[in-house]
Design a protein around this ligand. Structure first.
Ligand code: FAD
Ligand code: SF4
Length: 465
């Protein structure tokens, strides 16, 4: 096992992200040793820990290895690096499929080859049938495949009320030692460790799963898109990093949610909404990544070339929505899906930031960030850089969407319904600018017609402004 140093250097990984990865690894190594396995573990401060190449070359020499057997790496670049190091050392390599996912890479490829378009909803229904999840007598449970229409509620003026806290896990001696290493080796990396409460063992992950199912799943569905200031976690599960680190299997998480529906403890709209994220979006994103890399990482269908604004690293902005989401990201390494999709990456899309720069920030900023999940979500779903493989239209919206789904605009010096002049909401202004910039390219997209018609209605002088 290797704590590769350049994984925190090639992108300036959030301190909580690096701590989480390394602490989970050290706990797992200790567990393996307790089971009687021999573990060759290279810590981050060792010279050969500089990269996969240096560590692997040293390990091959140490063990006089003739063959390397590995589970396929999640990240394309890591797999390439290991393969070329083995080739350079004349070591045979055997790559085993990763059994963590419900859809193997071959199964995703054959689904892809049977379709004209790769619509996520079609993939999701196929997965529901194939894995018999939320199916009753061959039909979708609750009478519908998708309860998305019930899952877009804002909180209303009174706000979310009392939200159950996530369980608290005090950093143990292993995690504290990692925190010291991370603070010493990467003092300038972004993020704070003060509120570190991430899941570093399977036991903790099971506690978080049980707590989510009992206390937050029932309200997860209706409010999964809602946002509220000073409430970073709301009814979300906080399980993505534990899933990505394989402390939990997607099947057991799905089964726990489905069991809550079967026992009448959670409504179908919440359970289906949650299952769709894991059985649908998570597996789909990984399938797209594995089937399309390495070209996928270079796509830029909208020719966006701007720099990422510097305030993404400081949260120093007057725009309350961005300030809130960026500040909580720097504090915890967490923002929920809609805060990512409809605040931070929305701003990048509208401003025209080069997608590869957005990708680098997202991979660094979140504790759950792993390239196979992050890249399709950033480049495809949110920046439309893949020309519509992941999303049937760009997720472009004005400040009015943010006003409807949150209370951020209440305290903001800008007005979401104003798009020109001193009070203009920058997001609303950029929204119209985005449509103007890309109207020709988007005019063939049937799902953009309403937004483009609204643009056409705008008078000339306003467009000029
Ligand atoms: P919940 O809201 O409780 O959702 C339940 C679970 O569903 C998550 O734990 C996650 O495993 C899965 N999930 C939900 N949406 C997605 C999705 N679109 N793609 C993949 N899995 C999903 N998720 C990652 O795991 N790693 C990433 O690097 C990542 N990068 C993202 C980048 C952008 C720009 C966007 C818009 C989304 C990204 N997501 C990523 C998806 C999603 O935002 C996070 O999984 C989620 O916010 C994590 O919080 P949670 O565990 O409380 O999720
Ligand atoms: Fe964000 Fe605009 Fe609302 Fe301010 S007015 S919080 S910038 S959407």
């Amino acid at each position: 096992m290797l704590e590769a140093r350049n994984e925190s250097e090639r992108i300036p990984s959030h301190k909580a992200r690096t701590t989480l990865f390394l602490s989970a690894m050290r706990h797992h190594a200790a567990w393996l040793e307790a089971q009687g396995y021999r573990v060759d573990y290279t810590r981050i401060d060792r010279k050969e820990a500089a990269s996969f190449t240096t560590a692997l070359e040293a390990a091959i020499e140490r063990h006089s290895a003739a063959e390397l057997c590995m589970v396929a790496a999640g990240e394309h670049g890591v797999q390439q690096e290991i393969a070329s190091t083995c080739e350079g050392c004349s070591v045979n390599i055997e790559v085993l499929p990763d059994g963590h996912f419900l859809c193997s890479i071959d199964a995703f490829r054959s689904w892809r080859d049977s379709r004209k378009t790769l619509v996520m909803e079609h993939f999701y229904r196929h997965m529901r049938q194939q894995h018999a999840v939320l199916m009753e007598d061959g039909k979708p449970a609750g009478g519908s495949w998708n309860f998305d229409r019930d899952n877009r509620k804002p909180f209303g003026r009174q706000g979310p009320g009392m939200v159950p806290d996530w369980p608290r896990f005090e950093p143990d001696a292993t995690t504290q030692a990692v925190m010291q290493d991370v603070s010493r080796l990467f003092p300038d990396n972004p993020g704070s460790l003060e509120d570190f409460n991430w899941l570093v063992t399977r036991e903790q992950a099971l506690v978080q799963l049980d707590d989510f199912i009992a206390n937050r799943l029932p309200a997860f569905g209706p409010f999964q898109d809602a946002m509220w200031d000073s409430e970073p976690f709301l009814h979300h599960s906080g399980l993505a990093s534990a899933l990505n680190l394989k402390l939990l299997s997607p099947r057991e998480v799905i089964d726990a949610a489905v069991a809550a529906y079967a026992s009448g403890d959670a409504p179908i709209a919440s359970v289906e909404g949650f299952v769709r994220q894991i059985l649908g979006w998570r597996e789909y994103a990984r399938g797209i990544y594995q089937a399309r890399m390495p070209e996928y990482a270079e796509l830029n269908a909208l020719d966006a070339e701007q720099d990422l604004p510097a305030f993404f690293w400081t949260a120093d902005t007057d725009m309350v929505c961005l300030r809130e989401v960026l500040a909580q990201t720097l504090r915890y390494g967490y923002a929920h899906h809609i805060q990512r999709l409809m605040i931070t990456v929305l701003f990048c899309l509208l401003l025209g930031v080069r997608p590869q720069r957005v990708h680098a920030w997202y991979l660094a900023a979140y504790v759950d960030a792993v390239e196979w999940a992050e890249l399709p979500n950033t480049l495809g779903m949110s920046q439309y850089a893949d020309d519509g493989i992941m999303a049937s239209k760009p997720y472009a919206a004005s400040g009015k969407y943010i006003q409807r789904m949150s209370n951020y605009c209440n305290e903001c010096r800008y007005r979401p319904d104003v798009s020109v002049g001193a009070n203009a909401c920058p997001i609303s202004l950029l929204y119209w600018d985005f449509l103007l910039r890309h109207r020709k390219q988007l005019s063939q997209n049937p799902r953009m017609q309403m937004q483009l018609r609204n643009l056409e209605r705008m008078d000339r002088s306003r467009k000029k402004n």
